[in-house]
Design a protein around this ligand. Structure first.
Ligand code: 13P
Length: 335
């Protein structure tokens, strides 16, 4: 594996592969485990991640990188091999979530800013030594009456850019993730509104990345797709694909090697279908692939149910979704 930033970024978005987002914090994985009635212990978290990372066929053929949480980056399989060793052996780049979460932004009721810049240089140094070669920082942008504001978008764009430069200084590829949230209570949350907010957010992010001297060839963008809110008027999958491509073409410089979408609460099938249609349409300068959390894991989590004997069934469910998304990434998937 080449170790330049551009080389790592290219490996992350290589043909027919994408990223497994398995970086749920201890609080978030509790929500997932609650759905299947599994207790949120360190051992259960470890066993669940071992099930995913030892699904050889999926990991070798469809997963170019895995985003981990701090605890997981330090864990090992039952065999004694570290998760990092297992990933490297299957050709997947280990990555790490480094933000400390979205907190209420002072002066901006209803809006959040992602924290975690203090001490980040030192943490990145340790993560590099532990084997991480890319990182993730997620900004959260809610759509509501009069929101988001430019003030909150600017605060988040600035933090993303500061984070990205620190990563590159440490030899780590930053995944830059400004997520416009799709699950709001607002019936006025149309696909047009999502387009408008995503366009503004991405323009402000790329302004800041330039100002903070981020090397665009050594990063990966992780945006939301342009979709209506869950309570807003729904549209055809083709419309999502066309409007997402248009929005990204209007905002993302061609020097960026790849775009790896979040699934953001879309169903497994919708997340695959949208990505597949976009790659079938083609005609854009970047690789377009997945960096899914829920849309890759939901079926596997259910099949696993916290039981050792269900590991083969859970791995089969994970492998199926990984294969479908791998095909979507090359535009060869069909329903
Ligand atoms: P989802 O695909 O479940 O949205 O998670 C991706 C992710 O990493 C969000 O930060």
């Amino acid at each position: 594996m080449t170790e330049t930033l551009a080389g790592i970024a290219k490996a992350m978005v290589q043909d027919g592969q994408g990223i497994l987002a398995a970086d749920e914090s201890t609080g978030t994985i509790k929500k997932r485990f609650d759905q299947i009635g599994v207790e949120n212990t360190e051992e259960n978290r470890r066993a669940y991640r071992e099930m995913l990372f030892t699904a050889d066929e999926a990991m070798k053929n469809y997963v170019s990188g895995v985003i981990l949480y701090d605890e997981t980056l330090r864990q090992s399989a039952k065999s004694g091999r570290t998760f990092v060793e297992i990933m490297k052996a299957s050709g997947s780049v280990p990555g790490i979530k480094v933000d400390m979460g979205a907190k209420p932004l002072a002066g901006f009721p209803g809006e959040k800013v992602t924290e975690g810049l203090d001490g980040l240089r030192e943490r990145l140094k340790e993560y590099y030594e532990l084997g991480a070669r890319f990182a993730k920082w997620r900004a959260v942008i809610d759509i509501a009456e009069g929101l988001p504001t430019r003030g909150a978008l600017a605060a988040n764009a600035h933090a993303l850019a500061r984070y990205a430069t620190l990563c590159q200084e440490a030899g780590i590829v930053p995944i830059v993730e400004p997520e416009v949230i799709m699950d709001g209570p607002n019936s006025g949350h149309t696909i047009e509104r999502c387009y408008e907010v995503t366009e503004l957010a991405l323009n402000m992010v790329f302004d800041e990345l330039f100002a903070q001297r981020v090397d665009l060839t050594g990063m990966v963008l992780k945006p939301n797709m342009v979709v209506p809110g869950q309570k807003g008027p729904q549209v055809q999958a083709e419309t999502v694909a066309e409007m997402t491509i248009a929005c990204l073409k209007a905002t993302v410089p061609p020097a960026v090697p790849g775009i790896a979408f979040l699934s953001g609460g879309q169903s497994d099938e919708a997340a695959t279908e949208h990505l597949a249609i976009m790659n079938k349409i083609g005609g854009f300068p970047w690789k377009m692939t997945f960096s899914y959390g829920r849309a890759l894991q939901q079926a596997a989590l259910k099949a696993w149910g916290g039981r050792e004997e269900n590991v083969p069934a859970a791995q089969a469910a994970f492998t199926h979704r990984a294969r479908m998304n791998g095909r979507a990434a090359t535009g060869t998937w069909s329903p």
